[in-house]
Design a protein around this ligand. Structure first.
Ligand SMILES: C[S@@+](CC[C@H](N)C(=O)[O-])C[C@H]1O[C@@H](n2cnc3c(N)ncnc32)[C@H](O)[C@@H]1O
Length: 238
C-alpha cells in the first residue's frame, strides 16, 4: 500500500515527539513545541536531493514554496552549500518550524521563511528574492485547491530568471499510464477530506506551464509512485 507522501505512518510517535494533525496529514512536533516532523521527509529527501543535483546549476537562489516543516530545506542546504535557499509557507506555525530547524542546524545558506501563498496574484518577493534560479515545490499541488497550482506556475514565471526551473515533486495521474492503486486510494482520501484537493493530471499542469512560458517537463519517476518534474522557463512573458 502506498505510504502516502505527506500522510505519514500513523501511530508511530517516537518519544519526545507529539502528534499534530494538520492539512490532512500527520506531522509531529518536537517537544520544543515549535519544530515539526513529517515522516515522509526522511524517506524522500535523498531521492529528491539526487534529482536536484542534476537539475540545479552549480550555485543560485532557490525559492521553496510550501516548505512545510522545514526539514527538506535544511537537508538540501547542507548538501548544496553553494546555493541560497529561500523557504516559504503561508502557515505561521510552519514558518516557525522552518526557522527553528534552520537555527538548530546552523546552515548559513537558508534565509528566514517568508509568508507566501502560491495562489496570491502578488508574491511577497522583491529584488532580494528574484530573479530566482529555481522555484521548488514538494507535495503541495495535491493538498491544496487547483488555484494554488495555477498561482504557483504563474508566480514561478514572474520570479524565475529565463532558463530557471520550476521543480515539482509529488504524485500525478498521467494519460496512457495506469495509475497505481495506492495513488487512486490516496486521491479518494484527499478528496474525502477536501473536495478541492486531489492528485492532479500531469498534462493539466504541463498545459498551465506551457501557457506561462515553460518548456515541456523533464520527468523522473521517483519512489512510492511519485514524479519529479522540471519545467524550464524559456520566455519573458511576465
Ligand atoms: C503536505 S504539506 C508539504 C510540506 C513539505 N513541502 C513537505 O513535503 O513536507 C503541504 C504544505 O503546503 C502548504 N500550502 C497549502 N496551501 C498553500 C498555498 N496556497 N500556497 C503555499 N503553500 C501552501 C501547507 O501550509 C503545507 O505546509
Amino acid at each position: 500500500m502506498r505510504e502516502s507522501e505527506g500522510e505519514g505512518r500513523r501511530g508511530m510517535v517516537p518519544r519526545g515527539v507529539l502528534p499534530l494533525a494538520r492539512q490532512g496529514r500527520l506531522v509531529r512536533r518536537m517537544d520544543d513545541g515549535v519544530r515539526r516532523v513529517s515522516p515522509s521527509v526522511e524517506r524522500n529527501r535523498d531521492p529528491i536531493l539526487a534529482v536536484l543535483r542534476g537539475w540545479l546549476g552549480a550555485s543560485g537562489l532557490v525559492l521553496e514554496v510550501a516548505s512545510g516543516t522545514g526539514e527538506h530545506v535544511v537537508h538540501f542546504a547542507r548538501h548544496l552549500p553553494d546555493h541560497v535557499f529561500q523557504p516559504s509557507d503561508p502557515d505561521p506555525g510552519a514558518r516557525a518550524s522552518i526557522d527553528a530547524w534552520v537555527a538548530e542546524a546552523a546552515v548559513p545558506n537558508v534565509r528566514p521563511a517568508i509568508a507566501l501563498d502560491a495562489s496570491a496574484e502578488h508574491w511577497p518577493v522583491d529584488a532580494t528574492h528574484s530573479p530566482a534560479d529555481a522555484v521548488l515545490c514538494i507535495n503541495m499541488i495535491h493538498i491544496s485547491p487547483w488555484a494554488a497550482t495555477v498561482g504557483l506556475v504563474r508566480g514561478a514565471a514572474r520570479v524565475l530568471a529565463p532558463g530557471g526551473r520550476l521543480l515539482l515533486y509529488g504524485p500525478y495521474v498521467r494519460s496512457g499510464v495506469e495509475t497505481a492503486a495506492s495513488n487512486l486510494a490516496f486521491d479518494a482520501s484527499l478528496r474525502a477530506r477536501d473536495p478541492a484537493w486531489g492528485i492532479r493530471d500531469l498534462e493539466a499542469v504541463a498545459s498551465l506551464a506551457r501557457d506561462a512560458g515553460f518548456a515541456a517537463p523533464d520527468i523522473v519517476e521517483m519512489p512510492a509512485n511519485n514524479l519529479a518534474l522540471s519545467f524550464r522557463y524559456r520566455t519573458a512573458s511576465r
